[in-house]
Design a protein around this ligand. Structure first.
Ligand SMILES: Nc1ncnc2c1ncn2[C@@H]1O[C@H](COP(=O)(O)OP(=O)(O)O)[C@@H](O)[C@H]1O
Ligand SMILES: [Mg+2]
Length: 375
């Protein structure tokens, strides 16, 4: 869905809650500033919604008090439950996650309650960005792909290790980009969840082309590694200009994967869903990824093969992705390519927070990883 807005000139005033209580930025508090949960008032030009998404509508406007351009996502709120998307977004703060600035509730004349998430605005989705190149019959530049996939890995490392959240719907439509700065931010936490090893989770999540094979096998004990598979599919799509595994149905999705990666081994099937161990699959030989991606260099091929692994445990973690030689070009930008160096610096791509991004590591590991990520 593309977002659009037509302003009708009038200004609306809304009492809103801050996305991250305790933040001092933004508009002034209407009542006691010491109480973090107190609403504040913001105003913005009224907009008419033109686009509709799968769960609601998103439109854009500008907050008068701060001058910030925002996107407002309006979703139906079930009164019986807390909204998981809101609860997760409140906890997340990272340069590669679309920031929740404020939120408010409203009730329509029929008595339905709607939750409005006021989000940091981004100019377009990665889906739209790719369509731009496809319609011009050109490829997205390799370095642009690398910048986006690096930021996606940085985002997932934060999400998976710090917030312990699995997004469960990584796809080009949910990745927002600014083609001028090459910034990438993840949005749409409508399917996201904190996975606990002891609790099963539904396998019917994630959009078809990007579904990890363990989900197609119906696993309910899957891990955050499903997001890594989806990221590999996104990267492949940016290179190819079309989805790598365009399955026409749930099971056809597996056929598309097998056509390229070959039939999974018994061991791989066991690691995805042990209930399928006895199932007989037609034996298909893999097509080497170097043949699928004929014009890509060895590091790119190696990276894709580390990410598009059947076995979720063998599949690279987000941190392993970041350490891959595929991204060395970004780290070595210094002294080589001034333009790239400026982009990398501006996006602070080599900044890592020990608390938010490297906390799962021991001190020695942190040192090693730091050396790898910075040099
Ligand atoms: N913060 C934002 N800035 C700009 N566009 C956005 C923003 N959030 C969402 N969008 C646009 O709206 C679309 C739908 O939003 P999303 O959160 O993915 O909702 P849905 O749950 O309906 O898929 C996105 O694909 C994107 O094009
Ligand atoms: Mg979406």
């Amino acid at each position: 869905m593309e977002i659009q807005a037509i302003t009708n000139g009038s200004l609306v005033h809304k009492q809103v809650f801050k996305g991250h209580p305790g933040d001092t930025s933004g508009a002034t508090s209407v009542s006691s500033p010491s109480l973090e949960e107190d609403p504040i008032t913001i105003s913005y030009p009224a907009t008419e919604v033109v686009g509709h998404g799968s769960f609601g509508v998103v439109f854009t406007t500008q907050v008068r008090e701060t001058g910030d351009r925002v996107a407002i996502k309006k979703v139906l709120q079930d009164r019986r439950f807390k909204n998981r998307e809101l609860e997760i977004m409140k906890q997340l703060k990272h340069p590669q996650v679309v920031d929740l600035k404020y939120y408010f509730y409203e009730t329509d004349p029929q008595g339905e309650v709607y939750l409005n998430l006021i989000l940091e605005f981004m100019p377009q989705s990665l889906y739209q960005r790719l369509r731009h190149f496809v319609t011009q019959r050109t490829n997205m530049p390799r370095i642009e792909i690398k910048l986006y996939i690096y930021q996606l890995a940085k985002c997932l490392n934060y999400l998976h290790t710090h917030a312990k959240v699995c997004h469960r719907d990584i796809k080009p439509q949910n990745l927002l980009v600014d083609p001028e700065t090459y910034a990438l931010k993840l949005c749409d936490f409508g399917s996201a969840k904190q996975l606990k090893p002891s609790e099963p989770n539904v396998s019917y999540i994630c959009s078809r082309y990007y579904r990890a094979p363990e989900l197609i096998f119906g696993a309910t004990n899957y891990t955050v590694q499903i997001d890594i598979w989806s990221s590999g599919c996104v990267m492949a799509e940016l290179i190819l200009g079309q989805p790598m595994f365009p399955g026409e149905s749930g099971i056809d999705q597996l056929v598309e994967i097998i056509k390229i990666l070959g039939t999974p081994t018994k061991q791989e099937i066991c690691s995805m869903n042990s209930n399928y161990m006895e199932h007989k699959f037609p034996q298909i030989r893999p097509i080497p990824l170097a043949k699928v991606f004929k014009r890509e260099d060895e590091q790119t091929i190696q990276f894709l093969s580390d990410v598009l692994r059947y076995d979720p445990m063998e599949r690279f973690t987000a941190l392993q992705c970041l350490c891959s030689p595929y991204f060395d070009e970004l780290r070595q930008a210094e002294g080589q390519d001034e333009e790239l160096r400026a982009v990398v610096q501006n996006l602070k791509l080599t900044d890592f927070s020990d608390q938010l991004e490297l906390e799962s590591l021991t001190i020695e590991e942190t040192e090693k990883v730091r050396q790898r990520l910075l040099s």
